[in-house]
Design a protein around this ligand. Structure first.
Ligand code: ATP
Length: 341
């Protein structure tokens, strides 16, 4: 659905030039929820603006829903933009128009007759759960409701791709979750391809199938969300993954517990997908001559299954501990010894 080949975007500024997007290659499949995560200044906004033709690439090619973005102009670009819709952090609603008229706006531009527009607006209002609020003005709505209007408006002309620019960053955690659930619902119901940019790993964990991590204009890591969670490679990815699994200090604090034991090891186990459902710790205790003490554990859900981290204290003969840890690795559990007495 989306293909980027060697795409760069260089801005000319007084002091020289800034490479905001640096030789990016990317492939997004139809029906996928694809997240791009990075800190401020990584180049996410520039990248997303390239996808809907608001910026043209300095080099490279971009294809979205069969359109060669960056090469088409005028009416062709306007037509392509109907297939590539966008929602924004600050909603970008028309404040003097009601909910219904905001949603109808792109239909008016597309020249849809009034009676058809009315029907379509009704459908969209239902889809995003805004029944009863059709005549309200944006200033009378909560943040979550405003974003629902933004989503309905973005879906009005049946786009093939929905781009989300930090769509939940201005919302509180509970409202964020309800908007993310709405995006998943739309993705499943309409088969819509969604590309979102964010600086919050929570958003990636909650709804994305795939993730790309951006730093200094480059994609430094990419893959299925669960795989990236299981084995983050780049240091920046590790920091993002820690945002949702354990605070950075947890490992250190737990490692210190080893001081209270005369022997043994503290290990961190990382479970992904099916391995979270297997009783591996029970098997470990039953089949190996080791003592096990559970120190801390946490399981989070992602779109493609569960992800969990468990800290254990384990003690016994060195060779028996090695065998026990090998057993865990053989059952698709990542094992890291964080402290050794
Ligand atoms: N129109 C522009 N002209 C000049 N420089 C720009 C322009 N747009 C972005 N930049 C620069 O390009 C780099 C990447 O910015 P971009 O906004 O794409 O990053 P971002 O990851 O979206 O960050 P943020 O979340 O803060 O917007 C930054 O150094 C920024 O200052």
């Amino acid at each position: 659905m989306i293909t980027l080949n060697n795409v760069s975007k260089v801005y000319s500024v007084k002091s020289g030039s800034i490479t905001a997007v640096d030789d990016v290659n990317l492939e997004v499949q139809k029906g996928e929820i694809f997240g791009i995560i990075g800190y401020s200044g990584a180049g996410k906004s520039s990248l997303i603006r390239l996808l809907n033709g608001l910026e043209t690439p300095t080099s490279g090619t971009i294809e979205v829903a069969g359109n060669r973005i960056g090469e088409i102009k005028g009416s062709k670009l306007r037509k392509a933009r109907q297939e590539i819709s966008m929602i924004f952090q600050h909603f970008n609603l028309l404040w003097s128009r009601t909910v219904a008229d905001n949603i109808a706006f792109p239909l008016e531009i597309a020249g849809i007759p009034a009676s058809e527009r009315k029907e379509r607006v009704k459908e969209l209002v239902r889809l995003v759960g805004l029944e009863g609020r059709e005549s309200a003005y944006p200033s009378q709505l909560s943040g979550g409701q405003k974003q629902r209007v933004g989503i309905a408006r973005a879906l009005a002309n049946n786009p093939k791709v929905l781009l989300c620019d930090e769509a939940t960053s201005a919302l509180d955690p509970q409202t964020t979750d309800s908007i993310l659930e709405l995006l998943v619902d739309i993705n499943q119901r309409l088969g819509l391809t969604i590309v979102l940019i964010t600086h919050e790993m929570h958003v990636i964990r909650k709804i994305c199938h795939k993730v790309a991590v951006m730093e200094d204009g480059k994609i430094v890591e990419e893959g299925e969300v669960l795989n990236v969670f299981r084995k983050p490679k780049a240091p920046i990815t590790k920091r993002f993954v820690q945002q949702v699994t354990e605070p950075e200090e947890t490992k250190e604090t737990i490692a210190h517990l080893i001081d209270s034991y005369p022997s043994g090891r503290i290990v961190q186990l990382t479970f992904v997908g099916d391995s979270t459902e297997q009783p591996v710790v029970t098997s470990l205790i039953k089949n190996y001559d080791v003592k096990v003490n559970i120190l801390q554990g946490k399981i989070s859900q992602t779109q493609s299954g569960a992800y969990g981290a468990l800290f254990l204290y384990i003690d016994g003969e060195e060779t028996e501990m090695d065998r026990a840890l090998q057993f865990l690795s053989d059952h698709q559990v990542e094992v890291e010894v964080v402290a050794h007495a």
